[in-house]
Write a protein that binds this ligand. Structure first.
Ligand code: FES
Length: 181
């Protein structure tokens, strides 16, 4: 059965007398003063833990962002381009054949047309496919949209807007040497 009555009424409090404590043994304490309540809290430890958590957060952020930034900002090339490169051996390009070599950042097609060596860019000026030497037709041909060039890079036919840029090529001893035109 629920208790009734006003337990905090002055009448009831008065019956407790002046010396009686206002709280009963089972009552909840109103709390300690702030200074007393914070006794035993180790602020240095808390601050240290805060730094550790912050450090871990920073490490996770850096490890996540680093690949993204590296992807967005390509590395600066430290390799200087050369004017002249020994690309291979003269025997690599026998009569009536062609071979593509890397020349700095360019791809160069060296053609041996009946013993005469020529070199042009190997990248079609239409949409950038790699061309090849067609020994049966004696032309440089692009497999993508049918561009045709002379071995010197001039346009024969096709959709390409420009001739192939030329390079110089020569043989020294066994070496095949390509030079910027
Ligand atoms: S890319 Fe060579 S013809 Fe189109």
């Amino acid at each position: 059965m629920a208790q009734q009555g006003n337990f905090k009424s002055p009448t009831r409090l008065g019956t407790l007398g002046d010396g009686a404590p206002l709280s009963s043994p089972g009552s909840i304490s109103a709390g300690k003063p702030r200074e007393e309540g914070l006794k035993g809290v180790d602020f240095e430890r808390r601050s240290f833990l805060g730094k550790v958590v912050g450090g871990i957060g920073a490490a996770v952020a850096v490890s996540t962002l680093y690949p993204v930034v590296k992807y967005l900002i390509p590395p600066v090339s430290t390799v200087a381009s050369k004017n002249e490169i020994v690309v291979g051996k003269a025997s690599d390009v026998p009569v009536n054949s062609g071979k593509i070599y890397q020349f700095n950042k360019d791809k160069v097609l060296v053609v041996n047309n009946n013993g005469t060596l020529t070199a042009t860019s190997a990248v079609c000026t239409h949409l950038g496919c790699l061309v090849h030497w067609d020994s049966a037709a004696n032309i440089i041909a692009c497999p993508c949209h049918g561009a045709k060039y002379k071995e010197t890079g001039e346009i024969i036919s096709g959709p390409q807007p420009l001739p192939l840029p030329q390079f110089k090529v020569r043989v020294e001893g066994e070496d095949l040497i390509v030079t910027k035109a």
